[in-house]
Design a protein around this ligand. Structure first.
Ligand code: NAD
Ligand code: UDP
Length: 332
């Protein structure tokens, strides 16, 4: 056995990397994997299939540079890679509130395990953080230096506080152990492969409109969100991973065009050429009233800004949901 010099395995191609994506069978992770494979890298997908599904990665089944490990990141893992994208965590309110203790464990223990792995093998690690770290913000639009307004004991806290603690761990590993980290604060993102029953607003409205069912506005629909198309977001994540080592974030990644939820409902109905009744349902506790990213840092440091307008992204997403009508093998 030749001496491989610690954990460093020689590469046939200098630019080809071995990259691990936790949460890779989910919505964002599976798109990220597609892009990394297109770039010629080897990808190791790590996922426990809690909200992700093999459907999202089945087209990669025989891909020579793709591997899948069914693994829960709350347990340690020993693999050798050059980079880690840490995306494992349920992202929709319905899913992350289903088992809130496991949600916090996934963010916190998952971060500890992945950071520990990154430290052992000296690799770069990126955290998929979230606009939820700003809570129900008093500052608008949200900039990275805003510390947030988060309820520590509410139904969203398992996700919000879990993600905030994960950011703390990332920065402490960086300061204490010199680990190369990147932290992205992702704002509402949509596109194909969103789980059809995860209750997020874009998928809910499209499915309701396609089925001819009433559109469920929580509250009066005047709350706002800013919706980023998945291709733009993936581009931002990769640019962040490839940015110089002295840029660690946190950096907002999202589309700064803000819509009310009612406007989104009207746009979805117009695209599907239907006019559904809109019914008001109770606004979930601690639902943020306004959300829009200030992306000047991403523009300056990553030369990144989204290019897909909501109207165009919705068309692609509607086509996807039409294509899976009748599919029943999603985890519930
Ligand atoms: P998703 O639910 O589709 O994907 C999450 C993936 O993580 C799933 O495949 C799931 O099975 C996996 N997972 C969950 N717990 C795990 C565990 N303990 N061990 C291993 N795998 C586990 O959600 P998504 O929208 O693709 O989100 C991906 C990441 O991006 C999440 O960390 C989320 O917090 C973050 N994010 C997403 C958005 C968005 O709008 N989509 C916004 C902000 C942040
Ligand atoms: N929402 C809604 N109807 C739905 C689903 C969601 O009005 O059927 C609202 C929800 O209350 C929130 C916004 O849409 O104000 C975005 O919800 P989502 O769950 O997609 O993401 P969040 O940004 O709240 O995490």
């Amino acid at each position: 056995m030749p001496d491989l010099g610690g954990h460093h395995v020689p590469r046939l191609y200098d630019s080809r990397k071995r990259i691990s994506v936790t949460g890779g069978a989910g919505f964002l992770g599976s798109h990220l994997i597609d892009r990394l494979l297109e770039q010629g890298h080897e990808v190791l997908c790590i996922d426990n299939l809690f909200t992700g599904t093999k459907r999202n990665i089945e087209h990669l089944h025989n891909h020579p540079r793709f591997e899948f490990i069914r693994h829960d990141v709350t347990f340690p893992l020993y693999v050798e890679v050059d980079e880690i994208y840490n995306l494992a965590c349920p992202a929709s309110p319905i899913h992350y509130q289903h088992d809130p203790v496991q949600t916090t464990k996934t963010s916190v223990h998952g971060a500890i395990n992945m950071l520990g792995m990154a430290k052992r093998i000296s690799c770069k690690i990126l955290q998929a953080s979230t606009s939820e770290v700003y809570g129900d913000p008093e500052v608008h639009p949200q900039k990275e230096d805003y510390w947030g307004s988060v309820n520590p004991i509410g139904p969203r806290s398992c996700y919000d506080e879990g993600k905030r603690c994960a950011e703390t761990l990332f920065f402490d590993y960086h300061r204490q152990h010199g680990l190369e980290i990147k932290v992205a604060r992702i704002f509402n993102t949509y596109g194909s492969r969103m789980h059809p029953s995860d209750g997020r607003v874009v998928s809910n409205f499209i499915i309701q409109a396609l089925k001819g069912e009433p559109i469920t506005l929580y509250g009066d629909g005047s709350q706002t969100r800013s919706f980023c198309y998945v291709d733009d977001l993936v581009d931002g994540l990769i640019r962040l991973m490839e940015s110089p080592p002295d840029f660690v974030g946190p950096v907002n990644l999202g589309n700064p065009v803000e819509f009310t939820i009612r406007e989104l409902a009207e746009l979805v109905c117009a695209k599907i050429e239907t006019s559904q009744e809109m019914i008001m349902e109770a606004l979930p506790q601690d639902d943020p009233k306004r959300r829009r990213p200030d992306i000047s840092l991403a523009k300056a440091k990553l030369d990144w800004s989204p290019s897909v307008a909501l109207s165009d992204g919705l068309e692609a997403t509607i086509a996807y949901f039409k294509s899976i009508e009748g599919v029943t093998d999603y985890p519930s």
